[in-house]
Design a protein around this ligand. Structure first.
Ligand SMILES: NC(=O)c1ccc[n+]([C@@H]2O[C@H](COP(=O)([O-])OP(=O)(O)OC[C@H]3O[C@@H](n4cnc5c(N)ncnc54)[C@H](OP(=O)(O)O)[C@@H]3O)[C@@H](O)[C@H]2O)c1
Length: 325
């Protein structure tokens, strides 16, 4: 089968399209004919050897997959999943014509959803929902400030906060990105490269911003924290700027704010009940058609390096999808 292979850590352009052996499903695994795979910012870090977890090359990158069941590994009841069924889930090795998926991670794709939407409704939506629902415990009507709001995690947060009936203030770096956030339901927007983030948050929310969701870091975090209302919650999710900010602790003291982190891998282990509940609620929203990811760009498998470059250069709107016809 054809697959994108990372032969040595490096930039997206060093990935190669190669012929590799087809994967063989082990116990509890499904073999999937990949129809779409979605890109995440961490894919860029992963192939560069700069992610928290490192897999030694060679490996096939990509974590979000949607396609059709080809076969089930030993020990799986054939009734649970049958060949031809449309499924999606989170795995390793998604940028390929075939991939393996743990059956207990697989979700059936509703009839009215395409493969691209199903692949893209994975990591970013789970990250956003755990952060909103479990970590910040957002309630209806509350103001939620979302940084990097037109990116993968950002737009998922906008979508889900809107679905939870919160009021969203979307912060991003261009009129095009902010327009997209408004179309997805943001009640207010700030161009944080051209406006003063702290004072605009205070003005636009009437000094009542309860939550900040931050997947961006760098110089954007501190003004966003300063824009929070007393007693608010700041959730740090990642550092797409490449810079981990240092926050003066007196800001926490003066405004009694809470700073929390949420990391999807450790969240599952630390909060299994909340994680299970959140995943079930997300699946329900997707199946009901209440939320569908915005796909800003699509690339064929052979152009996966260009897809990763698109994400690395801050051009992404929502999600980027790799089509595998
Ligand atoms: N905590 C978790 O479990 C978890 C899960 C998934 C991802 N993450 C992390 O969350 C972060 C965002 O991931 P994502 O998939 O949402 O990425 P993304 O789609 O690329 O979005 C990141 C956003 O960050 C902003 N940004 C600011 N400076 C940037 C720069 N120098 N390069 C790239 N983007 C920049 C961009 O928005 P503007 O142009 O509007 O500023 C961009 O839209 C990453 O650090 C990722 O590792 C964490």
């Amino acid at each position: 089968m054809r697959a994108i292979v990372c032969r040595a850590y490096g930039p997206p352009e060093e990935l190669v399209l190669d012929d590799v052996p087809e994967p063989v499903p082990g116990p509890g695994q499904l073999l999937v004919r990949v129809r779409a795979a979605a890109v995440n910012f961490p894919d860029v870090l992963f192939i560069a050897g700069k992610y928290q977890v490192r897999i030694p090359p060679p490996f096939i990158p990509g974590n979000e997959v949607a396609g059709e069941v080809l076969a089930a590994g030993p020990g799986l009841k054939s009734a649970a999943f049958s060949p031809g069924q449309r499924i999606s889930g989170t795995t390793f090795g998604a940028f390929a014509e075939q991939a393996l998926l743990e059956a207990d991670q697989a979700m059936l794709i509703p009839d009215d959803a395409d493969f691209g939407s199903a692949a893209a409704f994975g990591v970013t939506y789970r990250t956003a929902y755990h952060a909103l629902r479990s970590t910040a415990q957002v309630a209806e009507g509350q103001w939620v400030v979302v940084l990097g709001a037109a990116g993968g995690v950002g737009l998922a947060t906008v979508d889900l906060a809107v679905a939870m009936k919160a009021r969203v203030l979307a912060a991003a770096s261009s009129p095009e990105k902010l327009e997209l956030c408004r179309r997805r339901g943001a009640a207010a927007t700030v161009d944080y490269d051209r406006e003063d983030l702290k004072s605009r948050i205070r003005e636009l929310t009437g000094d009542s911003a309860r939550v900040v969701i931050d997947p961006v870091g760098g110089s954007y975090s501190e003004p966003a924290l300063r824009g929070l209302a007393r007693g608010g919650t700041f959730v740090t999710l990642g550092y797409a700027t490449g810079t981990i900010p240092a926050i003066p602790l007196n800001l926490v003291l003066l405004k009694d704010v809470t700073i929390r982190g949420m990391e999807i891998r450790t969240f599952m282990g630390d909060y299994p009940d909340e994680a299970t509940r959140d995943v079930a609620e997300l699946a329900q929203m997707f199946t009901a058609g209440q939320v569908r990811p915005y796909i800003g760009a699509r690339f064929p498998l052979a152009e996966t390096p260009a897809a990763l470059r698109h994400v690395a250069e801050r051009r992404v709107l929502g999600k980027v999808v790799i089509d595998v016809p």
